[in-house]
Write a protein that binds this ligand. Structure first.
Ligand SMILES: Cc1ncc(COP(=O)(O)O)c(C=O)c1O
Length: 391
């Protein structure tokens, strides 16, 4: 007898291409090869030691062995509200947010709460792999709004308007972006925010890299640039990137009451809440590890400079200057022809021992995502090998 079939939705989500690269690089490393990893989507630092110590102590506290409120531990909700006010000037009450299992669950909960089957969600590209997949999982239709390296990988109101239909429900805005590292200015956000207001469109503002900005930029959110947008905005955030805490799985969703209540109800029937000890650790990070976060940010800024110095003006490489996150997204040519990014990335790993992520994973063939969340030495050596492989 054949197996009963899986749900149709499983066919709409490919295995994450970034996970595939991680796996290939891991296998090479396991066989004793030294692989330079420019493929990582996470900080190379350990989590701050005070966070680890607070978590160890919290694990011994029986109060944290029990269910917590679905919305999140009061200590963490308070810490998030304070952090949000300090970094973004965004006044949020502790009821105006829900703590989630990473920023990813914040995004997923928001989509579950906002998107009906057949609703269209505008997704400026190149885009992080999970948004189109999550939109499909909730029955929505991801509508790509592409941008090119020559446009600094940014979309504007004209592009959004051309993609808008009567079914457009929401816009995903990731700034700084993954995979591009590009950050929108306050003015650009103001224009997009006004457009969203004019047309009654929800904005899912993914600010998970919001504090990782360079050249004197400050964190900026569409929800504060155009305050009225806050009533139709889902801010997706967390400690993963800023505090080097990807494994702890703590994020949060900030939004208007109706959205936060709906997302909390949804979560109460799925994960309930993230691990209480991890929530306690995240509260410690937000209140006590800001200086360490700043040190890590300054380190990425230094490495970004290494990337810009090495890749600007290299024949065959077109680069839009990244202003945030820890990625550079390049379009590459070899012998005057656009590379086949998947072949090239596989060869780069096999022959030069450098892991990157092919742009096709983000809807941008002939591109590569380079992560500089690795040591200065590896950034320099990895880029040298990349340039050699292209010439
Ligand atoms: C744009 C973006 N949003 C969200 C996430 C997920 O963050 P978390 O690990 O907190 O779920 C990532 C991770 O790569 C990301 O790049």
């Amino acid at each position: 007898m054949s197996l009963p079939r899986l749900a149709h939705r499983t066919s709409t989500v490919p295995v994450s291409a970034t996970a595939a690269v991680r796996q290939a690089a891991r296998e090479l490393a396991r066989s004793g090869e030294r692989v330079i990893n420019l493929g990582a989507g996470e900080p190379d630092h350990p989590s701050p030691p005070e966070v680890v110590e607070a978590a160890a102590a919290a694990a011994r506290d029986p109060r944290l062995h029990r269910y917590a409120p679905s919305r999140g531990l009061p200590e963490l909700c308070e810490a998030v509200a304070e952090y949000r006010a300090d970094c973004y000037g965004h006044a949020v009450s502790t009821d105006g947010l829900v703590v989630t299992c990473g920023a990813k669950q914040a995004a997923f909960n928001a989509l579950l709460a906002l998107v009906d089957p057949g609703d269209e969600v505008l997704v400026p590209g190149p885009c992080w792999v999970s948004y189109p997949a999550m939109i499909r999982l909730v029955g929505g239709v991801p509508v790509p709004v592409p941008s090119m390296v020559e446009e600094a990988f940014k979309i504007d109101v004209g592009r959004l308007e051309a993609a808008r239909t009567s079914r457009t429900k929401a816009l995903v805005l990731i700034s700084p972006g993954n995979p591009t590292g590009v950050a929108y200015t306050a003015q650009e956000l103001a224009d997009i925010g006004q457009w969203a207001l004019d047309h009654g469109i929800w904005v899912i503002s993914d600010e998970v890299y919001g504090e990782l900005v360079y050249d004197g930029r400050k964190p900026v959110s569409i929800a504060t640039v155009v305050p009225a947008v806050a009533d139709q905005c889902a801010v997706v955030h967390g400690v993963s990137k800023t505090f080097a805490m990807t494994g702890w799985r703590i994020g949060w969703l900030i939004g208007p009451d109706c959205l936060v209540s709906a997302a909390t109800a949804i979560q109460s029937h799925s994960s309930s809440h993230p691990t209480a000890v991890a929530q306690f650790a995240a509260a410690t990070a937000l209140t006590r590890s800001r200086d360490r976060a700043e040190e890590m940010r300054a380190g990425y800024e230094r490495r970004r400079r290494l990337v810009l110095d090495r890749l600007t003006d290299v024949r065959g490489i077109t680069l839009a200057e990244p202003q945030g996150a820890f990625y550079a997204f390049i379009r590459a040519e070899r012998g005057g022809r656009p590379i086949d990014d998947q072949d090239f990335a596989a060869r780069l790993l096999r022959e030069h021992r450098v892991a990157t992520v092919p742009g096709t994973a983000f809807g941008a063939p002939s591109h590569l995502r380079l992560s500089y969340a690795t040591s200065d030495e590896d950034v320099v050596e990895g880029l040298d090998r990349l340039v050699r492989a292209l010439t």
